[in-house]
Design a protein around this ligand. Structure first.
Ligand code: RBZ
Ligand code: NIO
Length: 358
């Protein structure tokens, strides 16, 4: 990989420390002393142990200041007829989020999470709106069925936009970050990134997104095949994959993950577009994986393919197929529950509860 030695991306990638495996073992040992049969709280125990390994101490504090970064971008592959919605919905939904009318605005108060809407690569002008962050790298990407979606430099700048958002959030007190996006056509882009990074068949990574019918699904799969045939992405070069068959929403989310990990802060993933971004982030710095929680498994088949490759269990499965960060937001209380178990339960000795007799 050729990155300027002093770029924000390269310094942040180098700053990511592996989570502390000794602390994870100490957390496991504490779980065994708490007043429950060992392992009886399943994934909640693993979550608490993971948070402790991230934090570097047992127990970890309960994450209570969340920031959801919603990265908005448009995609040149839109022209291939791969979504039933007009492209202007990207701007309209971004503005809707700014004014508080989207799914994420309805869900965020449940955990007191802040929603940060970010234009990282929308095609059309975006009117002024409350809370909008303007970080546009370029106005939409190129059609990746004809050549690369963007240059490597633009992909790096998109990653750095996400890193900056993570840094600003953490400096403002965020102790957990969540990923989200809007961008019409981005389930096709995610399918291409997941196919490129995992070597999977595009038919296994491509889904119906925001409502494709059978014929449109076939066009999506065909577009992903052509993207890979034309660009020949190399999974050993994640920045190359991102620039060839990715998008700026994915770049921003991958940057948020890298920036969060470098700051020692956990990151909760949303749906298929977040999962594609996670493959890029972990491809660039494998240690990032230890900071990630897979919020949910939803309807898009690429989620399962990506999470299997990452080795991350999904926390919930509610049959969601929306994105924006909706799945990350509904998973956050579960992450917090895992932290509370390790922090707040009494041990057998403290509570005077007898241990196992056989
Ligand atoms: C009204 C509306 C709100 C959305 N919020 C998120 N998405 C989701 O659907 C889009 C991706 O699906 P596809 O690849 O099929 O275009 C993205 O904007 C994603 O965030 C929405 C889509 C629509 C139509
Ligand atoms: O899984 C997702 O995140 C998703 C599904 C459909 C449309 N947009 C996003």
């Amino acid at each position: 990989m050729t990155l300027a030695a002093t770029s924000l991306l390269s310094t942040t990638l180098h700053a990511v420390r592996p989570v502390d495996e000794q602390v994870r073992i100490a957390a496991q040992q504490r779980q065994a002393q708490l007043t429950k049969p060992e392992g009886s709280l399943g994934l909640l125990e693993a979550i608490g142990n993971q948070l402790a390994a991230i934090h570097g101490a047992v127990p970890a504090p309960v994450p209570s200041h969340g920031v959801l970064g919603v990265f908005a971008a448009d995609h040149g592959v839109y022209d291939q007829g791969i979504t039933p919605w007009p492209q202007e919905v990207t701007v309209q939904m971004l503005v809707n989020i700014c004014y508080g009318g989207a799914s994420v605005n309805a869900l965020a108060p449940e955990t007191g999470t802040q929603v940060w809407p970010i234009d990282v690569g929308v095609a059309a002008p975006v009117p002024d709106a409350p809370g909008l962050r303007r970080m546009r790298v370029r106005s939409g990407s190129d059609d990746f069925t004809r050549g690369p979606a963007m240059s490597r430099d633009e992909a790096r700048t998109g990653l750095e936009a996400g890193i900056s958002v993570a840094q600003e959030a953490v400096a403002g007190g965020a102790d957990i970050l969540l990923t989200g996006e809007v961008g019409l056509g981005n389930t096709t882009v995610a399918a291409a990134v997941i196919a490129a990074m995992t070597g999977s068949d595009p038919a296994a990574t491509t889904g119906r997104g925001a409502g494709a019918d059978e014929a449109m699904l076939a066009r999506k799969v065909d577009a992903v095949h052509r993207a890979i045939a034309v660009n020949r992405p190399d999974p050993a070069d994640p920045l190359g994959v991102l620039s060839q068959v990715g998008g700026l929403d994915i770049a921003g989310m991958a940057g948020l993950m890298i920036g969060g990990a470098a700051a020692g802060v956990p990151v909760v993933l949303d749906g298929v577009i977040s999962c594609a971004a996670a493959l890029i982030a972990v491809g660039l710095a494998p240690e990032v994986r230890g900071y990630l929680f897979a919020g949910h498994n939803g309807r898009e088949p690429g989620i399962r393919v990506a999470l299997d490759a990452l080795g991350l269990p999904a926390l919930v499965d509610l049959g969601l197929r929306l994105g924006e960060g909706s799945g990350a937001l509904v998973a956050l209380p579960i992450v917090r529950s895992g932290a509370r178990i390790l922090k707040d339960m009494a041990t057998f000795a403290e509570a005077g509860v007898s241990g196992k007799s056989a």
